[in-house]
Design a binder for this molecule. Structure first.
Ligand code: CO
Length: 134
């Protein structure tokens, strides 16, 4: 069902400093910051030949990554994003198998302007999984 790895997301306390690590020391191409108020984060994408790295910084008081950064103050890997062809069909299949979808199960529009959902880490080997319809 899942297709390509769309991105690996890393939560960081300082987005500019995080972007500098990738554009400087690692010599990668990094996009301009994009605020996503509905998701409570500001993001940049590191563009690699075979996938992307998403750097996430908290946006607003109720950011869903605030607690993660309290536990991981220097930052850390936050989620993996896999591509799917039909996000509603993927959700229905996962729910039928007992997997938990975060929120109310309705896809939100993600950083690429496409529908996304998040799956509970306890159902996926301790890893928060994002599905993106491409
Ligand atoms: Co993501």
């Amino acid at each position: 069902m899942i297709g390509r790895l769309n991105h690996v997301a890393i939560a960081v306390p300082d987005l500019a400093a995080g972007a500098d690590v990738y554009s400087g020391a690692l010599g990668a191409s990094v996009t301009a910051p994009q605020a996503l108020p509905e998701h409570g984060v500001t993001v940049v994408f590191v563009e690699l030949p075979n996938t992307k790295i998403e750097l996430l910084e908290p946006l607003g008081a109720d950011s869903p990554i605030a607690a993660f950064l309290e536990r991981n103050p220097a930052g850390g890997i936050h989620h993996l994003c896999y591509e799917v062809d039909d996000i509603a069909a993927a959700r229905d299949r996962l729910v039928a198998q007992g997997a938990r979808v975060l929120g109310d199960g309705t896809p939100k529009i993600g950083a690429h302007g496409k529908p996304v959902l998040f799956l509970h880490p306890k159902d996926f080997l301790g890893t928060l999984v994002e599905l993106e319809q491409v």
